[in-house]
Design a protein around this ligand. Structure first.
Ligand code: AMP
Length: 438
């Protein structure tokens, strides 16, 4: 009997692995340019961490969290998002007690949500994100949004729509919640069950409802912007003018509230419609929070962060034909010994090429020349290196460009020097260093 992967889980292999690695390396690199450091919290946390921070009325907590009792009877959860775990980590390791604020970290890893599996929606997916904690200003908001925007620009994603809104400060939200409750009171019994619960626990979240009938009612609901305190409005306007000065385009979306309880003030989402018109919805999202550090036992401090879904980024890059660079790391050389006696030389040449920083593989089996070429093509090598009896005698190899089909002989004594001067290949060690240094 064969055993398949669990429903909603997906294996990542082949091209997808190359694509994911390309995205992740680029996002890491840019985070480091913006002076963020990596942290790696565990996948498992106490369930309470998420209930307290993300909020009991959120879909993530009510319906989607993988919660278990471990063998010691503790209630634990697979993380349904990163922010709560990151703040827990910062508080537990006293990172926020420094004078060097904000503390800036980035993270990457799997997230688990028991959602209905559908195209582009998995129960285990990967997020890359950042959190900057310990500064409360429109400037840090702008810097964090600029970081996300730089990431998307670096991936060459042109059709990004940045949706932005403010949830205001506590006073603004209290007034707005009252106005929403008054407005929805006559309709609420005709609205969906989720909205009825949201009405009691978190009326703002009604604005997030996707049920068509409810959306008609939501359209005419009061707007947050009419309930903002002067302070909250000033902060939001300052952020918008900073984004304009930085040339970052945005759209204000009055109904953008985000599904997690801890947000206040600035919230944003990155949406994408591919060149062929496919609407991918949100590829990433984030916002500002100010009660989370205190709620989790740390000093009261504001923070802001965002996360991208790696699977979503991969899908839009693929749709827009932007994964070319992801495949730049494919084989440079495929070495093909044509006779048993050529094996020694093939091995020697391969190892020499690898030490010089070229991606090289070789054929270990006896096979006919056409079959070896087929293998080289399947492996997407740029060049085939052919070693037959003649070549052994002359201490030469034949190097064939698999795209142009042109070939030339090279003496093996100065092989690396000649290749560097002659062929269109890059030393991958160099590429790594260039990437790191900048
Ligand atoms: P959220 O924490 O809900 O704002 O999600 C952040 C990002 O993660 C979204 O913008 C998506 O790109 C991605 N994402 C969320 N849920 C899923 C899912 N079930 N499958 C794949 N990607 C997801």
């Amino acid at each position: 009997m064969s055993i398949n992967s669990v429903k909603g889980m997906h294996d990542v292999l082949g091209e997808e692995v190359e694509g994911f690695a390309y995205i992740e390396n680029l996002l890491k690199h840019i985070s480091e340019l913006y002076a963020y450091n990596e942290v790696r919290p565990p996948v498992i946390e106490q369930s309470n961490l998420f209930v307290r921070s993300v909020g009991q009325s959120s879909d993530v907590i009510r319906k989607e969290m993988y919660t278990f009792s471990d063998k010691g009877g503790r209630s634990i959860a697979l993380r349904p998002e990163f922010t709560a775990g990151i703040i827990r980590l910062m508080v537990q390791h006293k990172l926020l007690l420094t004078k060097e604020l904000p503390v800036k970290v980035y993270y990457l890893g799997p997230v688990f949500r028991y959602e209905r599996p559908q195209l582009g929606r998995y129960r285990q997916f990967n997020q890359f994100g950042v959190e900057a904690v310990g500064n409360d200003s429109a400037e840090i908001d702008a810097d964090v949004i600029a970081l996300a925007y730089t990431m998307l620009q670096s991936l060459d994603l042109e059709n990004v729509i940045i949706k932005i809104n403010t949830l205001g400060d506590e006073l603004s939200r209290e007034n707005y919640k009252k106005a929403l409750k008054n407005y929805f009171a006559p309709f609420i019994t005709s609205m969906c069950k989720d909205c009825q619960l949201r009405y009691e626990l978190s009326p703002l979240r009604i604005l997030d409802c996707k049920v068509p009938n409810d959306q008609e009612i939501i359209k005419k609901a009061p707007k947050m912007k009419d309930y903002l305190s002067l302070k909250a409005l000033g902060r939001f306007n300052r952020l918008l003018s900073l984004l304009e000065a930085l040339g970052i385009p945005y759209e204000i979306d009055d109904n953008l509230v985000r599904g997690l309880d801890y947000y206040s003030e600035t919230v944003f989402e990155f949406h994408y419609v591919s060149k062929s018109g496919n609407d991918y919805g949100a590829i990433g999202a984030g916002g500002h929070y100010d009660k989370l550090t205190k709620e989790l036992g740390g000093p009261e401090m504001a923070g802001i962060g965002f996360s991208f879904g790696i699977e979503r980024l991969y899908s839009v890059l693929k749709d827009d034909g932007l994964l070319e660079l992801a495949y730049a790391n494919r084989l440079d050389f495929y070495v093909m010994p044509l006779a048993q006696q050529a094996q020694d030389m093939a091995l020697q040449v391969s190892i020499e090429l690898r030490l010089a920083g070229y991606r090289t593989d070789l054929c270990f089996e006896e096979a006919k020349l056409p079959n070896m070429f087929k293998r080289a093509t399947r492996k997407q090598a740029k060049y085939a290196i052919i070693i037959g009896e003649d070549e052994i005698k002359k201490r030469e190899v034949v190097i064939k460009n698999l795209e142009t089909q042109k070939q030339k002989n090279y003496g093996i004594d100065k092989l690396i020097e000649n290749i560097a001067a002659d062929l269109d290949v890059h030393d991958h060690d160099d590429i790594c260093l260039v990437g790191k240094e900048g």
